[in-house]
Each structure stands twice: as structure tokens, then as C-alpha cells.
Design a protein around this ligand. Structure first.
Ligand SMILES: [Zn+2]
Length: 107
């Protein structure tokens, strides 16, 4: 029982650190590849399956896209509060590269 919970906690911590570092961990139960069209929660524009961002208003459409965006925002905030720390700058650059890789797909 306790082993089950501590396993979950360990995994959460791993995921959180991976997200902070801009690294993507393999996740078997990730439901990001739904074949259904996605509707934007903000402007209700319907986007093709697999869309990560709304083409109309720029809203994130998947948990993954939101996480990527949050990673960049967190990294940017870390750079703002520690502008002389080279480590946070590296995290920001990695997050930006990751974002560009995922965001710039087909139209
Ligand atoms: Zn939208």
C-alpha cells in the first residue's frame, strides 16, 4: 500500500523535475494523440486533430502544450529572479527549443 503511494510520488517528482528541465519523460498513459478535432476552450474555434495551439487565439489546446508553455514561463521567471545564474538561462534556452520544436508543425 505504502509502496504504491511512494511510487506515485516519486513519479510525480520525476515528471516535475523533467518538466522544469524541459525534458520529456515517456508516459504510457498519455492521451495526447486523440484523433478527434479539438475545440478551443477560449474562442470555441474547432481545430484539426493533433493541434496543440488554437490558430485563432493562440490558446493551448492540450495538456502537453500547456505544460510546455508553463515550462517556458517558469524558466523565464527564474531568469528574471536570478539573472546572473547561468543554470536558469540554460533551462530557458532548452525550454524555448522544446517549444519551437513542438509548436512549429503543420498549419
Ligand atoms: Zn482559440
Amino acid at each position: 500500500m505504502i509502496a504504491t503511494y511512494s511510487h506515485l510520488v516519486d513519479e510525480d517528482v520525476d515528471n516535475a523535475f523533467a518538466a522544469l528541465a524541459g525534458v520529456e519523460l515517456p508516459e504510457s498513459d498519455r492521451a495526447s494523440e486523440s484523433p478527434e478535432p479539438v475545440q478551443c476552450g477560449q474562442c470555441h474555434c474547432v481545430m484539426p486533430p493533433g493541434s496543440r495551439f488554437c490558430a485563432r487565439c493562440g490558446m493551448t489546446l492540450t495538456v502537453e502544450a500547456a505544460e510546455s508553455l508553463n515550462t517556458v514561463i517558469r524558466a523565464a521567471e527564474a531568469v528574471i529572479s536570478n539573472p546572473n545564474d547561468p543554470e536558469v538561462l540554460t533551462i530557458l534556452l532548452e525550454a524555448r527549443a522544446r517549444m519551437a520544436m513542438k509548436g512549429g508543425g503543420e498549419t
